[in-house]
Write a protein that binds this ligand. Structure first.
Ligand SMILES: [Zn+2]
Length: 322
């Protein structure tokens, strides 16, 4: 299904990547595609993608600081297959020109400096890199990171404890002993803005930089809907009950390691706040005017999440409602 304009504008949402899942079980097709002159291969090592440049870019000075210059992924051709025999290969799909897109997870021991591609790129911390990637690259890199993190954590069967092996081009693992199949997981997180009239509820955690406020959020638990999870988390963290309408907005894959951030706006029943200090340092209501100033960077002491985070887009969606 096509993405709405607002959904496609969110970083890490895959744009222009056809997963072409019908190829995943076709080993001969995959080998030929991986060796073809059209192939594009992204490299990752310990969750960090390979980007163009000769030295890692400095991370933003603080949350909300302007991102650095765009640093595209360093895409390699078929020769990437010769870099490391220990690399895990993942078929991501095809781009809009029909070129096969793969990702390789290089072992921690892989030395860029000692490789044939020394000097062409650097492994960049994912969060620092992601702000500078194109929508296609961000989506591809986020998909690869989530899959590779899952592979790292699922080498053994949860059913019998024996080793598992990679199947279906990186989209499945199977136990070599009992045969149980294991599939990559996605953990939904509700991230929501409770609103009441002209105000919205934001919170902050003690560990966050001074002045930084964001939406409340929490994992969806087994046996509840997204909307119920959102209302429960707001109640638990802030004491604010939301029994009215909960509107789903859009979502964002968040590969740290396997979350899907689901943005919602909820109508709150009242404004009295009782903070659960084990979760939040504090929470408060901000007027529409204050919130707009935070987003614009003109508020004297408070600022909102950067464009990279879905919370930014949830707040923007509420402001745009006018
Ligand atoms: Zn097993």
């Amino acid at each position: 299904m096509p993405l709405s304009k607002a959904a496609a504008a969110i970083p890490l949402v895959p744009v222009g990547l056809d997963r072409a899942a019908h190829h995943r079980r076709d080993a001969a097709w995959l080998d030929a595609a991986f060796a073809s002159d059209k192939v594009q291969i992204l490299l990752m090592r310990e969750g960090s993608p390979l980007v163009e440049g000769s030295a890692p870019a400095a991370p933003p000075a603080r949350i909300g600081a302007a991102p650095g210059p765009m640093r595209p992924l360093l895409w390699l051709g078929a020769q990437a297959g010769m870099l490391s025999p220990k690399a895990t290969r993942l078929f991501l799909g095809e781009n809009d020109k029909g070129s096969p897109i793969f990702a390789l997870d290089l072992p921690a021991s892989f030395s860029l400096d000692a490789s044939p591609i020394a000097g062409l790129g650097v492994f960049q911390d994912f969060r620092a890199a992601a702000g500078g990637l194109s929508p296609f690259e961000g989506g591809a890199a986020a998909t690869a990171r989530a899959l590779f993190e899952w592979h790292h954590a699922h080498g053994f069967c949860a059913n019998c404890g024996e080793q598992t092996s990679i199947e279906e081009a990186g989209w499945k693992r199977k136990c070599v002993d009992c045969g149980r199949e294991h599939f990559p997981r996605t953990d939904p997180v509700a991230i929501m803005l409770a609103v009441r009239g002209d105000k919205c509820l934001l919170g902050r955690q003690a560990a966050w930089p001074k002045g930084f406020w964001s939406c409340l959020a929490g994992f969806v638990e087994p046996g509840e809907t997204l909307e119920q999870a959102a209302a429960r988390e707001v109640l638990e963290e802030s004491g604010v009950r939301c029994s009215g309408q909960a509107d789903y907005l859009f979502c964002q894959p968040w590969p740290f390691p396997s979350s899907l951030m689901v943005g919602l706006i909820l109508e709150a029943d009242g404004e009295e706040i009782t903070v659960d200090t084990s979760e939040l340092e504090t929470a408060r209501w901000f007027t529409r005017e204050e919130t707009a100033a935070m987003m614009a960077g003109t508020h004297p002491e408070a600022y909102a999440p950067p464009r990279f985070a879905i919370a930014h887009h949830v707040i923007k969606a509420w402001l745009d409602r006018g």
